[in-house]
Design a binder for this molecule. Structure first.
Ligand SMILES: Nc1nc2c(ncn2[C@@H]2O[C@H](COP(=O)(O)OP(=O)(O)OP(=O)(O)O)[C@@H](O)[C@H]2O)c(=O)[nH]1
Ligand SMILES: [Mg+2]
Ligand SMILES: [Zn+2]
Length: 346
C-alpha cells in the first residue's frame, strides 16, 4: 500500500480546509478514502492507513472522498465534494451509484481498434463535464494502429478544444507525454471500457506491475473485467491516479449540464432554430438539421445527442420518483414508530 507523506500529496485543497469549524481545526484528522469494498473503507491520513467499517448511519461514501476522523480515529463526518462522478446503477436498479469523488482530471481511455467508438467517448465526456473535471482523451494501443492521426482528428472534430493524445500504454516514453497533467495534489481518474489499457497505463506510470492487467490474468472465467475495485494510487511525480473497473454500462442520470457542455456546438446551432422549443427532429426552420444537411454537423453526433438526452431524462425522472417514494416511506415509518412509542408510553 502506498504511504502518503503529507495530506497535500493526498490532494487536500483549500476547498476542503474551508469546511472545517474552529473545533475541527484543533482536533479533527482529515483522511481520504483510497479504497473501498462492500463492508469497509480504507482511508489515509497522510501518515497512516485507517480501516473504517461501514455502519448504516454513515452517509454514502466513495473513493476520493475526504472525511474527518475524531481524536480516536473514528469516522466523524464527510466533507462536501468538489466533484463527483455518478451514474444510474447498472441493470434495473433504481439507484444512483457514486463512481468517485474529488477528481480534478479524467483520462478517458479508448483503444484505436475495432472498439473505438465516438458515441462512447461523448458519453464519458458528458459524465466528466457534468462534474466539471478536466477531460483528456487518451487513444491507446497506438503501437497497433497504422494511422493514429486519423483517430486524433476524429476526436478533435467533436470539439476542437478537446485534448486527445495517442499513446502506447506499454511504453514509458510514450506515456511520458502525460506529464503535464501529473502534478502534486492533482487527482486523476482513468476511465474507459474494459481492456483498453487503464491498468497497463498506471503500471507504466508507476514503473512497476502494481495493478493486474488482462495480460497477466490467470483465470479468465470470472468475466472480462480484470480490475474489479477502484483504488487511488500515489504517483512518484506527485499526484494521485484512480484505477477503475471498465464500465460496460454508464447510464447517464442528473447529467443535463454535462450533455449540454459536451454538445455545445449543437446547442449553439439550436439558438438559431425558428421555434424556441424546437426538438431538432422534423421542425421547419431548424438550424440544427440545416447544419446536418450542409455537412457542418454529423448525423451520428446529432443522433447520439438525442439518445443521451432521452436516456438522461428517463433515468433522472425515475430516480426522482424513487427518491420521492423513499422519502414518503421514511415519513410513514417515522410516524408509525412514534405512534407505537406513544402507545407503549401510555
Ligand atoms: N499493444 C498494446 N497493448 C496494450 C496497450 N494497452 C493495454 N494493452 C494490453 O491490453 C490488455 C488489457 O489491458 P488492461 O490494462 O488490463 O485493460 P483495463 O482497461 O485495465 O481493463 P479492465 O481492468 O478490465 O477495465 C493487456 O493485455 C495489455 O497488455 C497498448 O497501448 N498497446
Ligand atoms: Mg484494469
Ligand atoms: Zn431545431
Amino acid at each position: 500500500m502506498s504511504i502518503f507523506t503529507s495530506i497535500t500529496e493526498l490532494g487536500w485543497q483549500t476547498y476542503f480546509q474551508q469546511q472545517l469549524s474552529l473545533d475541527e481545526w484543533d482536533d479533527a484528522i482529515p483522511a481520504r478514502i483510497i479504497e473501498q469494498n462492500k463492508s469497509e473503507l480504507i482511508a489515509n491520513t497522510g501518515s497512516e492507513t485507517i480501516v473504517i467499517i461501514l455502519l448504516p448511519a454513515m452517509p454514502e461514501m466513495v473513493v476520493g472522498d475526504w472525511l474527518l476522523l475524531d481524536t480516536n480515529k473514528n469516522f466523524s463526518r464527510l466533507l462536501e465534494r468538489k466533484t463527483c462522478f455518478s451514474r444510474k446503477a447498472a441493470g434495473n436498479k433504481l439507484k444512483k451509484q457514486l463512481i468517485s469523488a474529488n477528481i480534478d482530471t479524467a483520462f478517458i481511455v479508448c483503444s484505436m481498434n475495432e472498439d473505438f467508438n465516438l458515441n462512447r467517448i461523448e458519453r464519458f465526456l458528458s459524465l466528466v463535464n457534468e462534474a466539471e473535471a478536466e477531460p483528456v482523451v487518451l487513444l491507446s494501443k497506438s503501437d497497433q494502429a497504422s494511422n493514429p492521426e486519423d483517430f486524433i482528428h476524429k476526436v478533435q472534430a467533436l470539439d476542437s478544444s478537446l485534448i486527445a493524445e495517442a499513446i502506447n500504454c506499454l511504453d514509458a516514453t510514450s506515456v511520458a507525454k502525460l506529464s503535464p497533467w501529473i502534478k502534486e495534489g492533482v487527482t486523476i481518474a482513468v476511465i474507459g471500457s474494459s481492456g483498453v489499457g487503464k491498468s497497463t497505463l498506471i503500471n507504466t506510470l508507476l514503473g512497476e506491475q502494481r495493478q493486474d492487467t488482462a495480460g497477466i490474468r490467470e483465470d479468465d472465467s470470472k468475466g472480462r473485467h480484470t480490475t474489479t475495485r477502484r483504488s487511488l494510487i500515489a504517483l512518484k511525480e506527485g499526484g494521485l491516479i484512480l484505477d477503475t473497473p471498465g464500465m460496460r454500462e454508464i447510464q447517464l442520470a442528473d447529467c443535463k449540464e454535462g450533455i449540454a457542455t459536451t454538445f455545445s456546438d449543437i446547442e449553439a446551432f439550436a439558438e438559431q432554430c425558428r421555434f424556441s422549443d424546437c426538438q431538432h427532429l422534423t421542425e421547419p426552420g431548424c438550424a440544427v438539421l440545416k447544419a446536418v444537411n450542409s455537412g457542418e454537423l454529423d448525423q451520428r453526433r446529432l443522433d447520439n445527442y438525442h439518445k443521451l438526452l432521452r436516456e438522461e431524462a428517463l433515468n433522472s425522472s425515475s430516480l426522482a420518483e424513487r427518491r420521492a417514494k423513499d422519502k414518503a416511506l421514511g415519513k410513514y415509518y417515522k410516524n408509525t414508530l412514534s405512534k407505537s412509542h406513544e402507545l407503549k408510553g401510555r
